[in-house]
Design a protein around this ligand. Structure first.
Ligand code: CAA
Length: 392
């Protein structure tokens, strides 16, 4: 893809979205406002996103946003994805995370590490949304310490047999393709004996277990995946045997830009709601937005969000340009997720008692924001990644 995205101009540095990206942003904005926003409370209450929403995302080309055109995708990069994800998440973070995981945690590593045969087999179906992607690294005993995972793949003739239980799998209830990390060599240091497998959702022995009851992003299913003698072949391995952990880490370096975009979207929804309420709600004979206490909250929210958005887009642009983004994606995720939680907290405060009820959607934003500091690496893991990249 040619990088015509923001930031680069002939002069060197610019901050406008180009014509193409502005069009995509407008499409995402319209879909977010017209379709997702009216459904977000329903998704939250019913703990489910309807099939029709998945279909419409496919019609817009967002499942295949970052997939090359030769495989039926739209051929855009991470900047476009960040722009689209911000808009979708502004309206419905449960839907937003599904699009982020699909593009960043499944399609991206498949495009980067996959064989031609794997790409031919999967990318067209992933581009249309016929197959939804999921990423499965964590287990009961391996969260922040991802390399401690215990699920195994053992050699059986020419093939492999997978056993174990994975946890916290976003979209695992409907995924047609999973990227699953398992231990293939227990006799080497833990990060050196892990392999990444592409596992079809209908593989015999793959079962969907418990659905988690979550505080927020309730429309997005988070499930346990049980691997009970799942038989695969060498052609299902993504990358090399025992070299799956670097695949997992590189993939998360991209995925964290997606979650940072989600955080900016949630934060923007908070700011929008706060500005609206501050102009409408009157106390002491005038709109509460006329009081400095409320103005300061709104100013702090706006500044933190804008700074986060710039970090997100810079990290995305660097990734599109093929640069290493370990530190930048963690910095973007850390600051954007903190900004989202700050905005959500202040937004509930501005709305007062009503903000703590379902009279307004800000209580959902408050619950949805919380996960951005947890998944795809908790805030302290982002600090660890940032510090390690500097102190080497
Ligand atoms: N790209 C490529 N390789 C990388 C890499 C990167 N960005 N980062 C690390 N590696 C490589 C290292 O070079 C090293 O390779 P060698 O074995 O060849 O030397 C290997 O990976 C091990 O690296 P570390 O020694 O740094 O590994 P560690 O065990 O100390 O772990 C960690 C580092 C950063 C703490 C990591 O475990 C981590 O990121 N933890 C958080 C896990 C996480 O984010 N989970 C999210 C789950 S998915 C999710 O939430 C999705 C969802 O549903 C939304």
């Amino acid at each position: 893809m040619t990088v015509t995205d923001p930031v680069t101009t002939q002069a060197g540095l610019g901050f406008e979205l180009g014509e193409e990206l502005s069009l995509i942003q407008d499409e995402a904005k319209k879909f977010a406002d017209d379709v997702l926003l009216p459904l977000a409370t329903k998704h939250d209450r019913e703990e489910r996103i309807g099939d029709d929403v998945y279909r419409q995302i496919g019609d817009l080309g967002f499942w295949g946003l970052t997939i090359p055109e030769e495989y039926g995708g739209a051929g855009f990069g991470n900047v476009a994805l960040a722009v689209v994800l911000e808009e979708l998440n502004r309206a419905c973070a449960a839907t937003g995370v599904a699009v982020s995981v699909h593009n960043s945690l499944l399609c991206a590593p498949l495009m980067k590490f996959g064989t031609d045969e794997q790409k031919q087999r999967w990318l067209p179906q992933l581009a249309s949304g016929e197959v939804i992607g999921a990423y499965s690294l964590s287990e009961a005993g391996s969260g922040s310490d991802a390399a401690a995972l215990a699920a195994t793949a053992t050699r059986d003739g020419d093939g492999w047999v997978l056993n174990g239980t994975k946890l916290w799998v976003t979209s695992g209830d409907r995924a047609g393709l999973f990227l699953i990390y398992v231990r293939t060599n227990p006799d080497v240091p833990k990060a050196k004996g892990i392999t990444a497998f592409l596992v079809p959702g209908d593989a015999p022995g793959l079962k969907v277990g418990k659905h988690e009851k979550k505080t927020g992003i309730r429309g997005s299913a988070t499930v346990e995946i049980i691997l009970d003698g799942v038989r695969l072949t060498d052609s299902d391995i993504l990358g090399e045997v025992d070299r799956g952990f670097p695949v997992a880490m590189d993939t998360l370096a991209g995925g964290r830009i997606g979650i940072a975009s989600q955080a900016v979207g949630i934060g923007q929804a908070c700011l929008d709601a706060s500005v609206k309420y501050a102009m409408e709600r009157e106390q002491f004979g005038k709109p509460i937005g006329h009081f400095q206490a409320v103005q300061h909250k709104i100013a702090d929210m706006s500044a933190r969000l804008e700074a986060s958005r710039l970090l997100v887009r810079k990290a995305a642009w660097m990734r599109d340009a093929g640069m290493e983004v370990n530190r930048q994606s963690s910095e973007a995720k850390m600051l954007a997720s903190q900004a989202a939680n700050f905005c959500a907290d202040e937004t509930v405060q501005i709305h007062g008692g009503a903000g703590y009820t379902d009279h307004f959607h800000v209580e959902r934003l408050f619950r949805d924001a919380r996960i951005t500091e947890i998944y795809e690496g908790a805030t302290d893991i982002q600090r660890l990644v940032i510090a390690r990249s500097l102190l080497k």
